[in-house]
Design a protein around this ligand. Structure first.
Ligand code: SAM
Length: 282
């Protein structure tokens, strides 16, 4: 599928790319090849693709993998996919909003060019609901940089830390906007995320982890001690925080944006112990 095929198919089917659904279709065959190689796909793989669009990437995934489940929200695109991919017996096309369904299958990998406007919600949904081991994802370069960012840098934020609880991320390569139709205003990046098996937080601690992370980046210029006592997400008594900071030897003047994921986990475990001892409900 090249650019003129995409224009022709969309015109013939009265499809007008919908910006709010992030509809920008990848057609550059050398980038599609690069994605297939980088994702190390074999016939043992059961792939989940979110947002197959017109199916240019899906076709190559179908040739390389054991099976592909492709979830597409747009009924016009689903109609085209059913026509275009009808010859394959290893595809399942699901017409749905990925954020609103419960897939029962087990997948080995996600390979997707995500709609940029809902990419972070989709990533959290994959992480928390499906726990798929390997993700190969295309998204906006600026978002990829936030995901791989390090403590203290400008792009380090709630997205970095929350996703970092589940996955170890790496940027594989960038793709310029000319590989898509319509051309997006941004450069894209292809990233790899490997599930972090040593996430030892309990469900209860994960809930607290989210509250702590939201609090820290709600008040990123404030000191950690202060922010945990005044944020709208968590109001812990100052004396309790002082005791916890003393016990685990955290500098009272530190800002939360300087903590890495392991530091956040350690802090959360200790807050959880302390609030249980004091019978505090949040
Ligand atoms: N994979 C195709 C490609 O690379 O050319 C299309 C990628 S396009 C960036 C994003 C696709 O995700 C669109 O086809 C859009 O309709 C679909 N989409 C957007 N939101 C979705 C959702 N919540 N669930 C499933 N698909 C969605």
């Amino acid at each position: 599928m090249n650019k003129s095929d995409i224009i022709e198919i969309t015109k013939a089917n009265n499809i007008y790319p919908n910006k709010s659904l992030g509809q920008s279709f990848l057609f550059n065959p050398s980038i599609i090849d690069k994605i297939i190689i980088a994702s190390e796909i074999s016939k043992d793989d059961k792939i989940l693709e979110i947002g197959p669009g017109l199916g240019a990437l899906t076709k190559e995934l179908l040739s390389a993998a054991g099976s592909v489940t492709a979830v597409e929200i747009d009924s016009g695109l689903v109609r085209i996919l059913r026509q275009e991919l009808g010859e394959y017996d290893n595809i399942r096309i699901v017409h749905a909003d990925f954020l609103k369904i419960d897939l029962q299958d087990q997948f080995t990998k996600v390979v997707s060019n995500l709609p940029y406007s809902s990419a972070s919600e989709i990533l959290f949904c994959i992480a928390e609901k499906y726990k798929i081991k390997e993700l190969y994802i295309m998204l906006q370069k600026e978002m990829a940089e936030r995901i791989v960012s390090t403590p203290g840098s400008k792009s380090y934020g709630a997205l970095t830390v929350t996703l970092g609880l589940y996955y170890d991320p790496r940027i594989l390569f960038n793709i310029d906007s000319k590989s898509f139709y319509p051309e997006p205003d941004v450069i894209s990046s292809f990233i790899k995320l490997i599930y972090n098996e040593d996430n030892d937080l309990s469900k209860e601690e994960v809930v607290l982890f989210h509250k702590v992370v939201r609090s820290v980046f709600w008040g990123r210029r404030k000191r950690l001690l202060k922010v945990l006592s005044v944020s709208p997400h968590l109001k812990l008594p100052l004396n309790l925080l002082n005791e916890i900071f003393y016990k685990i030897n955290i500098d009272k003047n530190i800002r939360g944006e300087n903590l890495d994921v392991q530091d956040f986990k350690y802090l959360v475990k200790n807050i959880n112990i302390a609030i249980k001892e004091e019978c505090i409900t949040l």
